[in-house]
Design a protein. Structure first.
Length: 218
């Protein structure tokens, strides 16, 4: 799914279905430095982490890079090899990674969510009044996707792009998003930094999932 939203300069990998059991061995399971990140985690978290790193290695291979550890930064964001930018995501039944050469793409943000309504009470912290009114109109006229969850996913993708470029996670209130029913969205970030305030992303709903992707070019 995620590759359908990305240009040829971005390499992507995904896995769908139940979280596979972690494999053993360098380049297949976890490298020792990655293992240290989840040593005290519960088995499910370890399996999700390992599946995400497997996607990362497959995506990096798409750039012609060898298997290597993908560690985590201070906010838990993946740390890519020098000259590479990328993003990871996972939700129930789906994991994906997208990476590109930094000479081609300055930043990438991807997110996956179940195509289901947001938990009760969450929309107030995710969307402003204008966005909530827009969601209500879309839900009435085009109920093919859960628009509140799509808005949440698009903002998550923007945040994943924004943080590595700026060192700042914008809050939901700092990101304004209005998805287009044809599969794109425009995002405005009310925060300063080297990334452009205006971004254009793409979205797709299929098989009970919503996936979103946004790119900032070098």
């Amino acid at each position: 799914m995620i590759a359908d939203l990305l240009p040829p300069s971005v390499a992507a990998a995904e896995s769908i279905g139940p979280v596979p059991e972690p494999e053993q061995g360098p380049g297949q399971g976890l490298f020792p430095a990655e293992e240290a990140l989840v040593r005290t985690a519960d088995p499910r978290r370890r399996a999700e982490f390992s599946a995400g790193r497997a996607c990362a290695r497959a995506a990096l291979a798409g750039l012609g890079l060898p298997a290597m550890p993908v560690l985590a930064g201070r906010a838990g964001e993946p740390c890519w090899p020098p000259g590479v930018t990328g993003s990871l995501t996972h939700c129930a039944g789906y994991r994906a990674c997208a990476v590109a050469r930094a000479a081609d793409v300055a930043g990438i943000g991807i997110d996956a969510e179940p195509d289901d309504g947001l938990p009760a009470g969450l929309i107030g912290s995710v969307a402003n009044g204008a966005e909530r009114a827009w969601i209500a109109r879309q839900a009435a006229s085009s109920p093919a996707v859960h628009w509140d969850r799509l808005l949440f996913s698009a903002k998550e993708a923007v945040g994943k792009l924004w943080y590595p470029l700026t060192g700042h996670w914008p809050g939901f209130g700092q990101i304004a998003v209005f998805p287009d029913p044809v599969g794109t969205f425009e995002a405005q970030v009310a925060a300063s930094g080297p990334a452009p305030a205006g971004l254009t992303g793409r979205w797709l709903a299929r098989g009970g999932l919503i996936v979103t992707a946004v790119i900032c070019y070098a």
